[in-house]
Design a protein around this ligand. Structure first.
Ligand SMILES: *[C@@H]1O[C@H](CO)[C@@H](O)[C@H](O)[C@H]1NC(C)=O
Ligand SMILES: *[C@@H]1O[C@H](CO)[C@@H](O)[C@H](O)[C@H]1NC(C)=O
Ligand SMILES: *[C@@H]1O[C@H](CO)[C@@H](O)[C@H](O)[C@H]1NC(C)=O
Length: 442
């Protein structure tokens, strides 16, 4: 007969083992390789929107996508309720990661997310209307997001301390209905791609963006994978990307920044523009980023159409009109100058049959070819316009490639290798950015 004490010990060991096992099961060591967000296009503002789950309890937060945006910011003034919110204390590792040079010693009257004592701050910006708030407190909270294998969404994963900045309600002015902040995907240590990569060792520091041209269908944003990127009907895109270096602009392009901060925008080196293989005569000085950070070419998701410095716009419009002189023109329809009666324009798999526009990159045989689906905009029935707008004589950036020109093109921003991979129009491969299979396999 075993002494009772031994029985007790054995049952304790068993019990403890059971606890250990069930805890291991509750937190399986699932390591996502990539994470996924659907992206929609708001038909009235033409903004690209996404949604993450944040806070405790988790709530869905609708966000405007800001490709060059510095970080995630959300309105904390209204409706921010969370038991897991933590402000970033002045002098903390989070504040130095953010390169914050400001500290709120006391925020009165009572603490709430976005208003805490001894918290460092940043200057969140609504880049659609270029308005900033001087006092956005930096902090962290839980977010959850779906993982992916590149073909479908999978298990949902949680990031316990995801860094973000508290914005103010007035910063939402100009953003689409229901939007509570902006998803900054820019080039720095605190942007969303950087934070997801920091949270999961297998999630690489890169992301792929594929914007749908249709407000009725989702495009997709994939964090962390090198591919595969699979679009129905089983078209794998990552193997056929063309690459060009991402260029650092040492001067911030944000409307408010701490001194010495580089730009978090994604710049590429466009050396010339060709239309129907003819070089557009341009002042190429404008295509280079100068010491003050002016000039050059960046990509933006807050500009619905590509914006060109006045002389570049004029040259592009003139050359394009010459190459399409056989088609009857109609009066311009703002903001576009060059418009045609669409009856005279045929259609192809890659959109209206118009002269192709090439952005020539690091060498003459590396170019981003823009076909009719991305160059032309149907402004009303029977009227097609060249979808480039005049950005004025002294814009900060000479060429801002906008949403319409990147729709149905997959772009891979590789922060680690500092390069952009681009697919050109997926229409030529008989798929689109709205063909990601969002049926979850989890
Ligand atoms: C914040 O600072 C103020 C002013 O020093 C102080 O009165 C208040 O108690 C502090 N609040 C918290 C939560 O520490
Ligand atoms: C080209 O652009 C640069 C930068 O704006 C300007 O300084 C220069 O005068 C321009 N050159 C010509 C020929 O217009
Ligand atoms: C989408 O993915 C699901 C899950 O893997 C699969 O069952 C379904 O057949 C896919 N849809 C298409 C159209 O291939």
């Amino acid at each position: 007969m075993a002494p009772p004490a031994n029985n007790l010990l054995i049952s304790c060991i068993l019990f403890c083992c059971l606890i250990a096992v069930s805890e291991a099961e509750a937190q399986p060591s699932f390591r996502p390789k990539a994470l996924i967000l659907p992206v929609t296009k708001d038909p009235s503002t033409l903004q690209y929107l996404t949604q993450i789950n944040q806070r405790t309890p988790l709530v869905p937060v609708k966000l405007a996508l800001d490709l060059g945006g510095q970080y995630l910011w959300v309105d904390c003034e209204q409706g921010y309720v969370s038991s897991s919110y933590k402000p970033a204390p002045c002098g903390s590792a989070q504040c130095s990661l953010a390169n914050s040079k400001s500290c709120t010693i006391a925020c009165l009257p009572s603490p709430r997310p976005g208003c805490n004592n001894n918290t460092c701050g940043l200057m969140p910006e609504n880049t659609v209307v270029t308005r900033t708030s001087p006092s956005g407190q930096f902090g962290q909270d839980v977010v959850s997001i779906q993982s992916t294998d590149g073909s479908n969404p999978g298990k949902i994963v949680k990031v316990p301390n995801f860094l973000f900045t508290c914005g103010a309600t007035f910063l939402l002015d100009g953003l689409a209905k229901g939007v509570k902040g902006m998803a900054g995907l820019g080039r720095n240590k605190i942007s969303m791609p950087s934070r997801f990569s920091a949270a999961f060792s297998n999630v690489a520091k890169n992301f792929a963006l594929c914007l749908s041209s249709s407000p009725n269908n989702n495009g997709v944003l994939i964090f962390g994978d090198d591919g595969p990127y699979v679009m129905l009907p089983n078209v794998e895109i990552s193997k056929s990307l063309i690459y060009t270096p991402l260029i650092i602009n040492k001067v911030s392009t944000a409307s408010a920044a701490f001194a010495g901060e580089p730009s978090s925008d994604y710049f590429i080196g466009v050396n010339s523009i060709k239309i129907n293989n003819k070089v557009v005569p341009l002042n190429t000085t404008l295509l280079k980023i100068n010491k003050e950070g002016l000039g050059g070419t960046k990509i933006s998701t807050v500009q619905p159409y590509t914006v060109l410095e006045t002389s570049i716009h004029k040259a592009v419009v003139t050359t394009f009109a010459k190459e399409l002189s056989g088609v009857p023109r109609v009066a311009g329809v703002g903001p576009f100058e060059l418009c045609y009666n669409s009856v005279g324009i045929g259609s192809t798999r890659v959109g209206p049959a118009v002269p192709q526009i090439d952005l020539v990159l690091q060498s003459s045989n590396v170019y981003w070819r823009i076909f009719g689906a991305n160059s032309m905009v149907q402004v009303k029935s029977g009227v097609l316009c060249l979808g480039f707008v005049d950005g004025g004589v002294n814009p900060r950036t000479a060429i801002v490639i906008g949403g319409h020109q990147v729709e149905d093109n997959l772009l891979q921003f590789d922060l680690a290798a500092s390069r952009l991979g681009f697919s050109s129009s997926l229409l030529s491969r008989q798929t689109t950015c709205s063909n990601f299979n969002f049926t979850s396999t989890a």
